[in-house]
Write a protein that binds this ligand. Structure first.
Ligand SMILES: NC(=O)c1ccc[n+]([C@@H]2O[C@H](COP(=O)([O-])OP(=O)(O)OC[C@H]3O[C@@H](n4cnc5c(N)ncnc54)[C@H](OP(=O)(O)O)[C@@H]3O)[C@@H](O)[C@H]2O)c1
Length: 301
């Protein structure tokens, strides 16, 4: 399959900007559909990248923007709902619309971003909605669409929202009551995720597959917070909360206008975000260790 033109949804986000930069560097012509062209300024200087302001939930708009494209990449996702039903709309319904629009206008290839542990019967609404979306796009393969689904653990790299969220906290608070301290993660570097997306585009063996993406090492949440603290040159007391207190902390923090932890995040953390196999060999990527990357962007400097 020869792919020259790629339309990216969610290309303005943390993962999206890495994927778009990699596509541009590899010589693809890229169209990014964004809610705000102005907010996508960082993409403007990239060669052969066109940013189009569009409502990605409108199927007519998608059909128009997808026409003539060789591939579509859907990275749109949220971690917190602003309104009840957002998870379903963004993670479960949008992928159906995207797959249908691809089939309608003859786009042959679709890459879809899901999440590790996504499952229709997962413990949280986030994971269930991701599982639903993933199932729908894979079913579109029965109609001839060449689909690949990616399921990363938590993603790290400059500008991530996970490790960066803990930096101000560890610097400010001498004691940190931490919900779900033993929840397990296997963080994966954003550059490795982006490389896997780009490498998979024309890779026939990836058609119809879903790939779990993890870094080389498993950490508990408490170990990760302790590591962020060490990079910041501080040593707060980290008080791991038991299950009931973790739930109540999430419930209270959910009321804050700045969403750091919600009950749905608490439920997501009931499933360890770890892989049971190494990084998919088909992409020829040796995933980077957290310790090799994080010191460059986390810490006092
Ligand atoms: N980061 C992680 O650790 C991680 C782990 C596993 C899976 N994922 C998945 O990877 C994908 C990208 O994550 P990310 O970390 O890059 O997230 P992000 O930085 O928040 O980017 C999300 C993207 O989705 C777009 N988006 C969100 N809600 C939208 C809506 N209602 N309509 C249109 N566009 C909307 C955003 O557009 P605007 O720029 O206009 O807001 C942005 O481009 C998501 O599907 C996420 O679930 C991420």
């Amino acid at each position: 399959m020869i792919i020259q033109t790629v339309c990216v949804l969610g290309g303005t986000g943390f993962v999206g900007r890495h994927v778009v930069a990699k596509l541009a560097a590899a010589g693809y012509r890229v169209r990014v559909l964004a809610r705000s062209r102005e907010k996508s300024r960082h993409l403007w200087p990239l060669p052969d990248v066109e940013v189009v302001e569009a409502d990605v939930c409108d199927e007519k708009v998608l059909r128009r923007q997808f026409a003539g494209m060789d591939a579509v990449i859907n990275l749109v996702g949220i971690l917190h709902e602003k309104r009840r039903g957002d998870f379903k709309r963004i993670h479960a319904d949008l992928p159906v619309t995207v797959a249908r629009a691809c089939l309608d206008v003859g786009v042959p290839r679709l890459l879809h971003m899901s999440a590790l542990q996504a499952h229709e019967h997962g413990p949280s609404r986030y994971l269930r909605s991701k599982g639903e979306g993933e199932g729908s796009v894979l079913r579109a393969a029965d109609h001839g669409l060449k689909v690949t689904v990616f399921r990363p653990s938590v993603i790290f790299g400059p500008g991530d929202s996970f490790l960066n969220m803990f930096s101000p906290l560890v610097r400010l608070a001498p004691v940190i009551p931490l919900a779900c301290p033993e929840a397990k993660f296997q963080p994966v570097y954003v550059e490795d995720v982006a490389r896997a997306f780009v490498a998979s585009l024309g890779e026939a063996s990836a058609f119809g597959k879903r790939y779990d993406l993890c870094g080389p090492k498993v950490y508990s949440l408490k170990q990760l917070v302790r590591y962020v603290a060490a990079l910041n040159g501080v040593c707060p007391v980290i008080l791991g909360l038991g299950s009931r207190l973790s739930y109540w902390q999430a419930r209270l923090m959910e009321l804050s206008p700045v969403k750091m932890l919600t009950r749905d995040n608490y439920y997501s953390m009931q499933a360890d975000s770890v892989c049971d196999c190494p990084f998919p060999a088909v992409f020829h990527i040796q995933p980077a260790a957290l310790e090799a990357v994080a010191p460059a962007y986390i810490g006092r400097s």
